[in-house]
Ligand binder design. Structure first.
Ligand SMILES: [Zn+2]
Length: 306
């Protein structure tokens, strides 16, 4: 075999045996599994994705480990949720990562919230010293699947910018994902239509985007303000609201302690419904669409019993 042909043959064998290694051209760090899932949908085998916050962890409070800094150091692209969701740890990872490609303003730095219209932007002064963790509005926007379409669009744009040679692959992947998600959105809406106008209490404001998508109303949160624990007086006020308006459901992310929710449920004969907030939050929530399948199944079952 001639030298050039033998090199080509070796590359072919390598690609055949290790397709993910051979094809991975963009090294991505995603702060959440939701973002990571959408990056994988759009990037396919052209991206290698590392995740910082696991779906079963509260993304507001993640330890800035040196191993995460190493991931940032090696990244071509850092993709994050923004609206200060990661403000407690991402600046430390960026600083410790010492990678100029992912600094703010560079093409390897992508704040996905730049294409989102935030809900619940605080009116008046925000006292961050008190622990208010949503100072720029609610950052849990991935829970409106319509926002998932916008997230996929901007991620596709940025992958294309970084890797224009594979533009057509990103475009095809984006179209396939968007089509599947749009079909699902219609199906989820149809299934949940009969519950429109119902009211729930939530623990943290994790569910605002999902409830808006389903036209279900949040009548209050157990936290006094995002990130600030409930006071006894606040719990009493919520109990009164629940009794007066016959609210039976308290929605709660699976990574928060349930003691306050259980206390309120006990006083009101209500039910605490624990749900995953993110991809990876439970074992079956393996990707972005699977997460919503689980959420819609659980909510449909819960509301059907009331
Ligand atoms: Zn939050």
């Amino acid at each position: 075999m001639k030298p050039l042909r033998s090199i080509k043959f070796i590359i072919t064998v390598f690609c055949f045996l290790y397709p993910s290694i051979a094809l991975a051209t963009i090294n991505v760090v995603a702060t959440t599994q939701d973002i990571a899932s959408i990056v994988k949908e759009v990037g396919g085998p052209l991206v290698k994705v590392n995740v910082i916050a696991k779906g079963y962890q509260d993304p507001h409070v993640i330890e800035a480990k040196p191993s995460f800094m190493l991931k940032v150091n090696r990244a071509d692209l850092l993709v994050y949720q923004g609206l200060e969701l990661e403000v407690g740890w991402l600046p430390m990872l960026i600083q410790g990562g010492r990678n100029k490609n992912v600094l703010p303003g560079r093409s390897g730095h992508l704040d996905v919230s730049s294409v989102i219209t935030p809900m619940e932007i605080p009116v008046g002064e925000v006292d961050r010293s008190m622990g208010d963790v949503h100072p720029l509005g609610n950052p849990h926007y991935h829970l409106d699947p319509g926002n998932g379409l916008l997230m996929a669009d901007i991620i596709s744009d940025r992958l294309t910018q970084l890797d224009p040679a594979n533009a057509s692959a990103y475009k095809t992947n984006l179209e396939n994902f968007s089509k599947r998600l749009k079909d699902k959105i219609m199906a989820w809406k149809t299934r949940m239509e009969k519950f429109q106008g119902m009211k729930v209490i939530t623990y943290h404001a994790s569910w605002s985007y999902l409830l808006r998508f389903l036209s279900i109303e949040s009548a209050g949160t157990i936290e006094n303000r995002p990130g600030i624990p409930a006071s006894g007086r606040h719990l009493s006020e919520l109990a009164t609201i629940m009794k007066q308006t016959n609210i039976k459901i308290i929605l709660q992310a699976n990574y928060f302690e349930k003691e306050y929710s259980n206390l309120l449920a006990g006083k009101t004969n209500g039910e605490v419904v624990v749900l995953p907030v993110s991809v990876g939050g439970v074992e079956d929530a393996g990707d972005y669409i699977a997460l919503f399948d689980i959420l819609i199944n659980k909510l449909e079952n819960t509301f059907s019993k009331i």
